[in-house]
Design a binder for this molecule. Structure first.
Ligand code: ADP
Ligand code: MG
Length: 235
């Protein structure tokens, strides 16, 4: 069943289209890579899906909610209750420790802290960062900060997990490890996963790919089967 339906969505910045008449859908619990050159609209798509911005034209429906029709308050509630975000650069607040960073979205939202904290502690242990929780972000390595980020995004058990170049500052081996972990956790949590990446080894872990070019899907292609060999070179 489709969880997310993007219908004829366009988004412009000035006279420039970031997304142009885009139509796609994401299945419930599906896992997707979103690929394309820099400037092709990947982040814009992710921000619209996550309710950080609204399309100029077209509709985005998530689990029956039409995002374009939500008030600012409803949109904030949507982000807080349904969406987990992981960005390339870890938006951890420097002045509070990592556990407080992790619990912040729950504290500003409608969640009960107890179960979220329990979930966060379990996840942190699972990811091997329990000893990091009382530290401040600057005391952690990049990899540890990324794990804190993952715990923060997942401890609210989001229905949709949106990741924008989550492994952009990791080497190839660690990129694959973090991606595998995101895929495993999304599966465990029944979350739909969308990962923006320019790293082929990351993209190739996904059966379903959206390829964007100039704000449009390449060939209207929804899902590329990565097992399909590339066509022979033209002479
Ligand atoms: P990608 O993530 O694939 O690199 P983006 O979605 O960030 O692409 O950007 C798509 C296009 O929209 C680019 O041409 C970019 O310059 C433009 N763009 C994105 N965000 C803004 C913004 N806030 N203001 C102006 N132009 C923007
Ligand atoms: Mg981007």
């Amino acid at each position: 069943m489709s969880l997310v339906n993007v219908k004829n969505v366009s988004k412009k910045y000035g006279s420039q289209y970031a997304l142009k008449n885009l139509t796609l859908s994401l299945e419930e619990k599906g896992q997707y890579a979103i690929v394309g050159a820099s400037g092709s609209g990947k982040s814009t798509l992710l921000y619209l899906l996550g309710g950080l911005d609204k399309p100029d034209v077209g509709e985005i429906e998530v689990d029956g909610l039409n995002l374009g029709q939500l008030s600012d308050g409803e949109m904030a509630n949507y982000r807080n209750t349904k969406v987990g975000f992981i960005f390339q650069f870890h938006f951890l607040l420097p002045s509070i420790n990592c556990l407080k960073n992790i619990l912040l979205p729950a504290e500003i939202g409608v969640h009960k802290i107890g179960p979220v904290k329990k979930q966060a502690l379990e996840l942190a242990e699972h990811l091997g960062i329990t000893q990091c929780l009382k530290k401040f972000p600057y005391q952690l390595s990049g990899g540890e900060q990324q794990r804190v980020n993952i715990v923060r995004a997942l401890s609210l058990r989001p229905q949709i997990l949106l990741c924008d170049e989550p492994t952009g500052n990791l080497d190839s081996e660690n990129s694959v490890k973090v991606t595998a972990l995101l895929q495993k956790l999304a599966k465990e949590f029944d979350s739909t996963l969308a990962v923006v990446t320019h790293d082929h080894s990351v993209a190739n872990r996904f059966k379903q790919k959206f390829v964007l070019k100039d704000g449009q899907l390449v060939d209207g292609q929804q899902s590329l089967d990565v097992a399909t060999p590339p066509p022979p070179p033209e002479n």
